[in-house]
Design a protein around this ligand. Structure first.
Ligand code: NAD
Length: 445
C-alpha cells in the first residue's frame, strides 16, 4: 500500500514514520525548505524521542521518502493525508485553514487515480465538506472521497501514542451510496496493525470526527483549568493539590491524568483548539460556557504567574539574576508554540531582570521568540543556576528533578526558588535553606 503525507511537522512526520513502520510506503511532501533539506539529509528537524531511529530505519527499508513534488508523492497513493498547520486566525480564534485548503487544491491537481483525501490536521466542523468542494471544483473529473482522521498523539510520547493509541477515529462521508465504504476499506487496511493489538477504531461521520478532536482537547484543557483553580484554593486553605489530584483522580470516573497543577496550559494545541471550539459553537448558535471559562481561567492564570514571581522575589526583579529552567511548553519536545515561558521571560526582562535560561531541547526554537537582550542561554541547568538570585522552573524536564536542593544552594547567590511544576519537595528545599514556593502546596517546614 502506498500513501502520501502532506506536511512533515510534528504530526505529519511522526504519522508518516509510524505508517511506514506498519509496512506502508509513505511519501512525505514538505514545503518548508529547511525542514525538507534536513529530512533529505537524514536529520530530524524537530525533537521527538525515538523519531530519528524510526525515520532512519524506514528510509533504509525504502518505505519512507521526502520531497517537495506533490505530483510524485500522490502518484499511486490510495490515501492522501493532509497534516499541515491550522494556527489560530488573527484576532477571532477561528482556525486558519489557508494551508489546509491550499494543500487540498494542490492534491486535487496532482491526483491521478481514486484516492481518499484524509485530514489529519485539527480542522473545524465542516472543513471536510469544504475540501470536497474545493477538489470537485479544481478537478470535476476526479473520483475521490474525503475522510477525517484526527490525531491524538502528544509531543514527547508521540510514537508510543501513535503505535498504541487509546482509539483511532475515522470520519467518512456517509451520504454517498457506498461512498464511505471505499474510504473505510482503505483506512481499515492502513490501520490493520492496530486492529491486531485491539486498539478501538471508531467510524463516524465527517462532522463527528472533526468535533471529537476539539471536544477531547477542550475537555483535557478543562481538567487542567479545574485543577489549577483547586491549587489556588489549596494555597488559601492549607491543603495540598497533589493529594486533591490523587484523591479525585483515583475515582475511575475522573481519572488521574491531566490533573497536574502548573502555570496554565500552553503549547500548539490546547490554546488554539479551545478558542476554535468556542468559535465553532458561536457560529452554530450553541453555548460553550464551560470552554469559555476554561480559557478565561487559563488566561488569568498565565497573567498571574508574573506577579507570583515578582512577589516571591521580594516585589521586584530589577537588577537581579534570574535562572529559568525549562522553556518549552512541556518536557521531551522542542516546541515553543504558546509556551508559558514566553510571557514570563518577557515580563522578567521588561522589569529589569537578567535571565539565565536553559532548556534541554528548546533553545534554538526559543531564541526567536524570547527577548533579544537580557537573556543568556546557558550550557546546562547548573550553569543557569550559577550565581542566580532566584530560580524558576517552567518545564518539568526529568534532568531538573535530579538536581538536589543542596546543590542549588551551593550554586546560587540567592535563595529564592519558584517551582511552577512542583518538581521538588518543600521540606527538602526548606532543609537546604531555600525560600521555596510551589503550586498548591503548603511551604516546607
Ligand atoms: P507543524 O507546523 O509542525 O507542521 C506542519 C507542516 O506542514 C510544516 O512543516 C509546514 O511547512 C508544512 N506545510 C504547510 N503547507 C504545506 C503544503 N501545502 N505542502 C506540504 N507541506 C506543507 O504543525 P503540527 O504540530 O504537525 O500540526 C499539524 C496539525 O496537526 C495541526 O492542525 C495541529 O492542530 C494538529 N495536531 C497537532 C498535534 C501536536 O502535538 N503538534 C497533535 C494533534 C494534532
Amino acid at each position: 500500500m502506498r500513501i502520501a503525507m502532506i506536511g512533515g511537522g510534528y504530526v505529519g512526520l511522526v504519522s508518516a514514520a509510524c505508517f511506514a513502520e506498519f509496512g506502508t510506503e509513505v511519501a512525505v511532501v514538505e514545503t518548508n525548505p529547511h525542514r525538507l533539506a534536513a529530512l533529505q539529509e537524514g536529520r530530524i528537524p524537530i525533537y521527538e524521542p525515538g523519531l530519528d531511529k524510526l525515520v532512519a530505519d524506514n528510509i533504509e527499508a525504502g518505505r519512507l521518502s521526502f520531497g517537495a513534488d506533490i505530483a510524485a508523492a500522490v502518484r499511486g497513493a490510495e490515501a492522501i493525508f493532509i497534516a499541515v498547520g491550522t494556527p489560530p486566525r488573527n484576532g477571532d480564534g477561528h482556525a486558519d485553514l489557508t494551508y489546509v485548503f491550499a494543500a487540498a487544491e494542490q492534491v486535487a491537481r496532482a491526483m491521478d487515480r481514486f484516492a481518499v483525501i484524509v485530514t489529519k490536521s485539527t480542522v473545524p466542523v465542516g472543513t471536510g465538506r469544504r475540501i470536497a468542494e474545493i477538489v470537485r471544483h479544481a478537478r470535476p473529473d476526479l473520483d475521490f472521497e474525503v475522510a477525517s482522521n484526527p490525531e491524538f498523539l502528544r509531543e514527547g510520547s508521540a510514537i508510543g501514542d501513535f503505535m498504541r493509541p487509546d482509539r483511532v477515529v475515522i470520519g467518512t462521508q456517509t451520504e454517498r451510496a457506498g461512498g464511505s465504504e471505499r474510504s473505510q476499506e482503505i483506512l481499515r487496511r492502513l490501520y490493520r496493525p492496530l486492529y491486531l493489538i485491539e486498539a478501538p477504531i471508531l467510524f463516524t461521520s465527517l462532522e463527528s470526527a472533526e468535533l471529537i478532536k476539539y471536544a477531547a482537547n477542550s475537555f483535557l484543557a478543562m481538567k487542567i483549568s479545574f485543577i489549577n483553580e483547586m491549587a489556588d484554593l489549596c494555597e488559601r486553605v492549607g491543603a495540598d493539590v497533589h493529594d486533591i489530584a490523587r484523591g479525585i483522580g483515583l475515582d475511575g470516573r475522573i481519572g488521574r491524568k491531566f490533573l497536574h497543577a502548573g502555570p496554565g496550559f500552553g503549547g500548539s494545541c490546547f490554546p488554539k483548539d479551545t478558542l476554535a471550539l468556542m468559535r465553532i459553537a458561536q457560529e452554530a448558535g450553541a453555548s460553550s460556557r464551560l470552554v469559555e471559562a476554561t480559557v478565561q481561567v487559563n488566561d488569568a492564570r498565565k497573567a498571574s504567574m508574573g506577579a507570583r514571581i515578582m512577589s516571591a522575589c521580594g516585589g521586584s526583579v530589577r537588577g537581579k539574576v534570574v535562572a529559568v529552567l525549562g522553556l518549552t511548553f512541556k518536557p521531551e519536545t522542542d516546541d515553543m508554540r504558546d509556551a508559558p515561558s514566553i510571557p514570563i521571560i518577557h515580563r522578567l526582562v521588561e522589569n529589569g531582570a537578567s535571565v539565565r535560561a536553559f532548556d534541554p531541547a528548546g533553545m534554538d526554537a526559543a531564541r526567536p521568540v524570547l527577548p533579544s537582550q537580557g537573556v543568556c542561554y546557558c550550557e546546562d541547568a547548573p550553569d543557569a543556576a550559577d550565581g542566580a538570585d532566584a530560580l524558576i522552573v517552567l518545564t518539568e524536564w526529568n534532568e531538573f528533578r535530579a538536581i538536589s536542593p543542596r546543590r542549588l544552594r551551593e550554586l546560587m547567590r540567592g535563595d529564592v526558588v519558584i517551582d511552577l511544576r512542583n518538581i521538588w519537595e518543600p521540606d527538602a528545599m526548606a532543609d537546604a535553606g531555600m525560600r521555596y514556593s510551589s503550586i498548591g502546596r503548603p511551604d516546607g517546614r
